[in-house]
Design a protein around this ligand. Structure first.
Ligand SMILES: N[C@@H](CS(=O)O)C(=O)O
Ligand SMILES: [Fe+2]
Length: 258
């Protein structure tokens, strides 16, 4: 069924009269079309591109991760702005939907988390990630990096991030990160986390998050998933997206993701 067009007040009324709450991803309304009008989410994507610049990545001394986090913090999530990107699939733990390439220096993705599901324990191919919760709440569990010995991974921290929270995730902390200014600005200060997994603990609600990865190493090189009991790692491709610029990728393969 073709997605409904939000071109008139009548269309919006039709959407709002859906029996399911907005964001439930019912067949009839899933997903919303990308809005044609400018909105705060588009502004956020523009701001991220401006901060990354035409020739700089987050690892450049002229790009400040504080600015990227501030841009993410400034945006107050409005589902209608980004729903056109947020293709969910209840047969998967989560979907990875491509939004923007940040001047070739990043991947901006919207992840849609099925109720009660989450990612496997994974690294980020050496890249930085800023995550903002767009809808619902997500639990992050961090693990210490495993040694060479086969033994269970050790949990180092667990946090729950609510709607609109922004957090920084990295395999490592770059020396240029000005940590002193972040404390009041963000939910978390930059930190070396080693490994993590993300879970949507809700039994019946989808959760949605925005992830900025830079440089886009995971897409180019893949990342590793880790077995919780043994620490054994397995390489996983990360270049298959569920949708790109709001359109489902044909064919939608059930590729493995972390
Ligand atoms: N890093 C994961 C999502 S999350 O669990 O942090 C991914 O890109 O699929
Ligand atoms: Fe991750």
């Amino acid at each position: 069924m073709a997605p409904i067009r939000l071109s008139s007040t009548e269309d919006i009324r039709q959407l709002e009269s859906c029996a399911l709450p907005l964001g439930s991803y019912c067949k009839k309304h899933s997903p919303l079309p990308l809005p044609t009008e400018f909105n705060d989410f588009k502004q956020l994507v523009e701001n991220i591109n401006k901060i990354l610049g035409p020739s700089s990545g987050i690892d450049s001394s002229d790009v400040d991760v504080n600015d990227l986090m501030a841009a993410m913090n400034e945006y107050a999530s409005c589902e209608r702005d980004w729903a056109g990107f947020a293709h969910g699939d209840s047969s998967r733990n989560y979907t990875r939907n491509f939004v923007d390439h940040g001047n070739g220096k990043a991947n901006l993705l919207i992840l849609v988390w099925s109720p009660g599901k989450g990612s496997l324990i994974h690294d980020h191919a050496g890249a930085h990630c800023i995550m903002k919760v767009l809808k619902g709440a997500l639990k992050e569990t961090q693990y210490e990096m495993p040694s060479d010995v086969a033994e269970p991974l050790k949990v180092s921290k667990a946090s729950v991030y609510e709607n609109d929270a922004v957090t920084y995730i990295s395999d490592d902390v770059s020396p240029f990160l000005p940590t002193h200014t972040l404390e009041n600005l963000c939910t978390n200060t930059p930190r070396k986390i080693g490994l993590h997994k993300i879970q949507n603990e809700s039994e019946d609600q989808v959760a949605v998050s925005l992830h900025l990865y830079t440089p886009p190493w995971a897409e180019k090189r893949g990342c590793y998933c880790f077995d919780e009991k043994t620490g054994k790692k397995t390489k996983v491709d990360m270049h298959n997206y569920y949708s790109v610029y709001g359109k489902l990728k044909p064919p939608v393969t059930k590729g493995r993701s972390c």
